[in-house]
Write a protein that binds this ligand. Structure first.
Ligand SMILES: NC(=O)c1ccc[n+]([C@@H]2O[C@H](COP(=O)([O-])OP(=O)(O)OC[C@H]3O[C@@H](n4cnc5c(N)ncnc54)[C@H](OP(=O)(O)O)[C@@H]3O)[C@@H](O)[C@H]2O)c1
Length: 263
């Protein structure tokens, strides 16, 4: 299935001059999702596609994104695009290719997430390359995405920028333990970037909202009994997203029923 789909995708890419934009339905709303090849991102693709949305599903390595390819084979309105959120020229080129495409929801999901093995390392175990990468992907990547796709969102009906953050980035809600240094700091930086951005988006009637997805089981082979499934997290987040208004601009909300998460 994966190989056949890759060949079909390649042929379509050649026929459309490198873009699959032709597959988008002009009458349907559009979402762009980063890191959509696995975990919560993949589940967002599934649920938006089932709602009949156009989904621009981006992934760092589309040729290896077999689950995403399989999903796209079932839904005409899923378009797979390559995007590494640390590659700013690549992101600018993608935004340029979609210059005429309104994007109702810009969904910043991609992140460098902590592995369970390394999550509890103390300060002498902090890896500074991982720390820099966490800032590049989790904070700067999301800010760059908002920068280049803001005109597309402004041109849409729904005008929402949704950013997946974490309670790990909240001073009040994160565990009172010395753990996940790089991840927590990168998500706190992300929150401040988006909070700052909200003063600009307000003028364009765009709602930028940060969401905590809860504790979600996305690590293959590891099932946290206290965690929830991607299906549950995403369906609850979509209910929250559906109900967002400009009142929620600049807020950090929980997946469960949209309650405000303290900074
Ligand atoms: N799962 C949880 O319990 C939980 C809790 C709080 C917050 N969150 C947040 O929810 C979001 C999704 O979490 P998840 O559990 O689904 O994460 P995940 O399973 O670790 O998946 C991360 C996704 O981000 C992509 N990614 C990583 N670096 C990238 C880059 N440079 N450019 C583009 N894509 C990149 C990965 O692609 P590759 O496959 O190519 O690596 C993958 O698709 C993240 O923002 C995370 O911080 C999750």
């Amino acid at each position: 299935m994966g190989k056949l789909f890759r060949i079909a995708t390649l042929i379509t890419l050649l026929l459309t001059g490198g873009s699959l934009q032709a597959a988008l339905d002009a009458g349907a709303p559009t979402v762009l999702i980063t890191g959509s090849n696995r975990g919560i991102g993949l589940e967002f693709v599934r649920q938006f596609a089932e709602r009949g949305w156009n989904v621009i599903a981006t992934a760092r390595k589309p040729d290896q994104a077999e689950d995403l390819q399989a999903l796209a084979a079932q839904h005409d309105t899923i378009v797979i695009e390559q995007l590494d959120v640390t590659d700013h020229p690549q992101m600018e080129a993608l935004a340029e290719r979609y210059a005429d495409q309104p994007i109702d929801i810009l969904l910043s999901n991609a992140a460098l997430t902590p592995r369970y093995k390394s999550a509890f390392k103390r300060v002498d175990g902090v890896d500074f390359d991982t720390a820099r990468q966490s800032f590049e992907i989790n904070a700067l990547g999301a800010l760059k995405l908002a920068q280049v796709f803001m005109p597309h969102v402004a041109a849409s009906e729904q005008k929402k920028i949704i950013v997946l953050t974490s309670k790990g980035g909240s001073f009040e809600m994160s565990p009172k333990l010395p753990m996940m240094y790089s991840y927590r700091a990168s998500k706190a930086a992300l929150n401040m970037f988006m909070y700052t951005l909200s003063f600009e988006t307000a003028k364009k009637e765009i709602t930028v909202t940060m969401l905590s997805p809860g504790m979600v089981n996305t690590t293959p082979g590891f099932n946290n009994p206290q965690g929830i499934s991607p299906e549950e997290s995403v369906s609850k987040m979509l209910t929250v997203v559906d109900g967002l208004t400009l009142e929620n601009n600049g807020q950090f909300l929980n997946y469960e029923s949209g309650e405000v998460v303290p900074w």
